[in-house]
Design a protein around this ligand. Structure first.
Ligand code: DPP
Ligand code: ZN
Length: 883
């Protein structure tokens, strides 16, 4: 396999002006005819035109109407080359034959539940026809679809419907035209038996947009929340960024077989059904929130991704980091800002930090790849979003908006780079952020150490920062990063002190005056070592650092436990209140892990339990905040902080703390469950979600005690639930404890929901993730369950992905978990390389474990890499993991 490098980027020699596509959709084959108006950029000597293509059967190729002979072009596995095309503009016509019915990779044109649909990002268009399949080739498309009228009554593509009509032989056609230039990855086609929920949206300038969400007819009732989310997103983008939708029609199609969550094809978004379909009985609060976020995300791409796109795939974060940031902000504005921030930061810590510290670590803008599909990562997306958030932190809301406005003014209709975004932000604000660009080029999570000192006589308070960016593959030595640190200083009553001025590098900077006190500031930490000294500080403060998590770093400070308890109780920054509790919990868990490893008996610091109690019983706090604050850090997060990750110890300690909390706070938890029940009909709003979250978190604590009386309570909750959020939470609570009750409820749940594949996937995932010893046998059995299918990505993600997310069973000492995954990766790779590659990633951090586990995991990776006919996708992950 060939590695592709950012440094080798070259502009295309040929541009495409218009592309007219015609699809004749058939039962054993589909004929794709394309007619491209080619423009030459090169002056002087002609150069070859190289088109990408894979798994295509070439039927004919014409230049300016003349059929090319065999010797006029060159065809290999991946390319169609015209060695000397005409020097001036010409028309290229190509006809290919493809086999969507046999396409299990779910990339290009394929069938899902009897319907045709496409997925072209990143490089799927080349499985449809020969093309310069790269994002800097932007063209205007038309698409004519011809198909059987009974089997495929609905024919959709990008843009506006120009014509439709009947044809001979029970066929019909539709002709679509997209007036906006676009790269091939945004092309889409759908044909099938679908029905739509229709609605409309009036834009800020008074234009009416038709909105349609397409699904099989029986699912139409489950699209109400998606439609609500779409309208909310359209309004939000106008209000917050002044961005208006630009066509008269916006379509969303839900399909059950889809590699990713969703795809932002121009005016024809295609979604994994799990991110569209919801009803109170079949979707949880988490699903409702995910639908809101992803519908928003794909809609927001219309400007950040489609109108302004990426020059090359290395720039992926230009659109993804920015669009994730936008969807995070949207969800914050629709619900609770603090709770959303906590959820996003937890995700970053549990998934991105480990990636950034492992063999697949790569910068937000990678330097190279073998398969681009492997770089749709938490680093490009979530860390990328943090990078965008830092611009806003540094420039303020209005400065950020100015930067966005300039970005669109300069680049609408173009394919650009991360530097272009950076330049727009700087130029619009006259700001010098030079070293900020290292966030795009350097991998690894910066480690920042803060030490403080107070001089009561001089009333000066000093904070010294020391930063270290750890080495990552191909990047042994790093430059210091530009890190915005938002902070406040608390006085002994827990109030924010006014900040007047700070000395930095011998220069005095005024923060605020007496008549207009300011209590929060942002320090720009840019050097390896740097000191900031605050003046006029009347007493030793307790610093609240990195408020709202102002930079994606690991922060290590000299705060004592009592400082942390103080912050937990008083910090005006709610995010940092939660964070103080998490820092305490992480310290506690790590020290208990050490005790466990030394066979010492475990005992829980009563102060910690009291801290949890005071949060749980604080009626002035938001209930979802409480639910988050009483939840312990994930096992992955703790393992990530250890020199040698010990899944058994971390798991045992987390279970121990959970049970201790449940035992000590039993009455409070019971009261919380009872007081937060509701018999009303399901409402998706923050108030009700928060109530359910708190009740269900408390229920899980109680169930962990495996006490018959409490089990009865949980069973009662299970039976009386009127929505899936409550029902599934009760099921999960019961499923913590092996035994007959668990088995009975699991089977009851399946019987009840077997007709609904999305609910069944949750049932698979719940069992797959279980920490019950020896669970691999059960998961193995579920592979042959009638509802399971290796060809459906959602099912694989639920059962196999779920299993790999269970530290104790996946990392079982006997190697059974590794062996299970190793064999499946090879089976999956034959069906769908993208999905196989996601699964093999579970091995990538094998060096983090003890020698015994290392040997077992390594053997599986070696077995995989030596297999015949391995895909480039899996090869890249496996080889980099072994390197
Ligand atoms: N569909 C994926 C996303 O929106 C890739 N663009 O993130
Ligand atoms: Zn996206």
């Amino acid at each position: 396999p060939r590695e592709i490098f950012l440094k080798d980027y070259k502009m295309p020699d040929y541009l495409f002006d218009t592309v007219d596509l015609r699809f004749d959709l058939g039962e054993d084959k589909t004929i794709v005819s394309s007619k491209i108006a080619v423009l030459s950029r090169v002056e002087g000597a002609p150069c070859p035109l190289v088109l990408h293509g894979s798994d295509l059967k070439l039927l004919s190729i014409k230049v300016d109407g003349k059929e090319l002979k065999k010797e006029d072009f060159h065809l290999d596995h991946r390319h169609l080359t015209l060695p000397s095309p005409p020097a001036s503009a010409f028309i290229l016509e190509i006809v290919t034959e493809i086999y969507p019915q046999k396409n299990t990779s779910l990339e290009g044109l394929f069938k899902s539940s009897g319907n045709f649909c496409t997925q072209c990002e990143a490089e799927g268009f080349r499985k449809i026809t020969f093309y310069q399949d790269r994002p800097d080739v932007m063209a205007r498309y038309t698409c004519r679809i011809v198909a059987d009228k009974t089997l495929y009554p609905v024919l959709l593509s990008n843009g506006n419907l120009l014509e439709q009509g009947d044809l001979e032989g029970d066929k019909h056609y539709a002709l679509w035209e997209d007036p906006f230039k676009k790269p091939s990855y945004l092309f889409a086609l759908v044909a099938g038996q679908l029905e739509s929920r229709d609605d409309k949206f009036i834009t800020c300038s008074g234009r009416e947009v038709q909105l349609r969400i397409w699904t099989p007819s029986e699912d139409v009732p489950k699209t109400a929340h998606a439609m609500y989310s779409l309208k909310a997103a359209m309004k939000w983008d106008e209000d917050v960024f002044g961005l208006e939708y630009d066509l008269e029609l916006f379509n969303i199609v839900a399909v059950p077989d889809f590699n990713m969550g969703a795809m932002e094809n121009k005016s024809l978004n295609i979604f994994n059904s799990k991110l569209v379909l919801a009803s109170p009985e079949t979707a949880t609060d988490g699903d409702y929130a995910a639908i809101l976020g992803v519908i928003g995300h794909e809609y927001f791409h219309n400007w950040t991704g489609n109108r302004v796109t990426c020059r090359d795939w290395f720039q992926l974060s230009l659109k993804e980091g920015l669009t994730v940031f936008r969807d995070q902000e949207f969800s914050s504005d629709m619900g609770s800002r603090t709770v959303k921030r906590i959820a996003d930061v937890s995700r970053l810590r549990n998934y991105q930090f480990p990636q950034d510290a492992g063999p697949m670590a790569h910068p937000v803008r990678p330097h190279s790849y073998i398969k681009m599909d492997n770089f749709y990562t938490v680093t490009v997306y979530e860390k990328g979003a943090e990078v965008v958030r830092m611009y806003k932190t540094l420039l303020g809301s209005s400065g950020f908006r100015k930067g966005m406005d300039l970005y669109f003014k300069r680049h609408d209709g173009q394919a650009v780079t991360c530097e272009d975004f950076f330049a727009a932000m700087c130029d619009a604000n006259d700001a010098d952020l030079s070293s900020f660009l290292f966030w795009y080029s350097q991998a690894g999570t910066p480690q920042v150490r803060v030490t403080s000192s107070y001089d009561p006589d001089a009333r000066m308070y000093s904070l010294k920062f020391n930063q270290e960016v750890p080495p990552t593959p191909d990047q042994p030595v790093k430059e210091p990063m530009f890190i915005p640190i938002a902070l406040g200083l608390l006085d002994s009553n827990g109030k924010d002190m006014p900040l007047t001025c700070v000395y930095h590098d011998g220069v005095q900077q005024t923060i605020s005056s007496n008549d207009q006190p300011v209590c929060k500031t942002i320090l720009h930490v840019k050097k390896k070592e740097e000191e900031f000294v605050f003046a006029n500080i009347p007493e030793r403060p307790i610093p609240s650092l990195l408020r709202d998590y102002s930079a994606p770093i690991r922060l290590d400070s000299d705060l004592t436990d009592s400082d942390l308890f103080f912050l937990l109780a008083h910090d005006s920054d709610e995010f940092n209140r939660w964070e103080a509790g998490q820092v305490l919990a992480r310290k506690l868990m790590l020290s208990l892990v050490a005790d466990f490893q030394q066979n010492k008996s475990l005992s829980l610091n009563p102060k910690f339990v009291e801290g949890i109690r005071s949060i749980l019983c604080n009626t002035s706090l938001d209930k979802e905040f409480i639910a988050k604050a009483i939840t312990l850090p994930g096992e992955g997060e703790i393992m990530d902080m250890m020199t040698v990750a010990d899944p058994d110890a971390v798991h045992a300690v987390r279970v121990f703390i959970k049970k201790q909390i449940a035992l000590n706070l039993k009455e409070d938890l019971l009261a919380t469950v009872i007081n937060n029940r509701s018999s009303e009909t399901y409402v998706f709003d923050h108030h009700n979600m928060a109530r359910r979250a708190l009740k269900n978190t408390s229920l899980a604590y109680l169930a962990s005690l495996d006490d018959p009386e409490l089990t009865d309570l949980v069973l009662h909750e299970y039976k009386s639930a009127t929505n899936l959020t409550d029902q599934f939470a009760a099921l999960a609570a019961i499923a913590q404890n092996a035994g007959q009750v668990r088995d009975g409820v699991l089977s009851d749940f399946y019987t009840k929901w077997q007709h609904d594949f999305l609910v069944v996937n949750k049932w698979f995932a719940l069992q797959a993730m279980s920490d019950i010893p020896g669970n691999v046998t059960n998961v193995q059995k579920l592979l042959s369950h009638p509802a399971f299918d290796l060809r459906n990505p959602n099912k694989v993600y639920s059962l196999i992905g779920g299993f790999c997310g269970s530290p104790v069973n996946f990392h079982a000492k006997d190697g059974s978990g590794y062996k299970f995954l190793g064999e499946l990766v090879l089976q999956l790779d034959k069906i769908n390389p993208q999905v196989a590659s996601r699964m093999v990633s579970a091995f990538s951090r094998w060096r983090r474990y003890d020698e015994h586990r290392q040997a077992l995991a390594k053997a599986q990776l070696e077995m995989i890499i030596s297999a015949n006919g391995l895909s480039d996708n899996v090869y890249e992950i496996a080889s980099k993991s072994l390197a």
